[in-house]
Design a protein around this ligand. Structure first.
Ligand code: ZN
Ligand code: ZN
Length: 103
């Protein structure tokens, strides 16, 4: 039983190495056939909550503590290169948003 398990693992590794080699060959071939022509294919903006932090403010001469939610506005862009018919994606951090107004 153990022997079979090891054989399967080796087989998976071989498959993995083979597929890696294949992509390497493909990307090398792409490099040879000229420069990329990356063009924006689609963009997607989303807001992701990243956590909270506390801040202090004064009201009626008393110091208060408030909680503020922080979120990141992220833009993901998919690029398409028609020279080699492949895609690439990048994520941009557009801005950090604080739910509360504070200094
Ligand atoms: Zn390309
Ligand atoms: Zn804040």
């Amino acid at each position: 039983m153990r022997q079979i398990y090891i054989q399967i693992t080796v087989l998976m590794l071989v498959c993995l190495l083979f597929s890696l080699n294949e992509t390497e060959v493909k990307s090398l071939a792409a490099e040879d056939s000229g420069a990329h022509n990356w063009q924006e294919y689609s963009t997607h903006v989303e807001t992701v909550d990243v956590g909270t932090h506390e801040y202090t403010f004064w009201r009626n001469f008393i110091e208060h503590t408030g909680t503020c939610n922080i979120s990141y506005k992220l833009k993901s862009v998919v690029y398409y290169c028609d020279v080699h018919d492949h895609t690439d994606a990048k994520i941009f951090h557009e801005e950090t948003i604080h739910s509360e107004e504070h200094k």
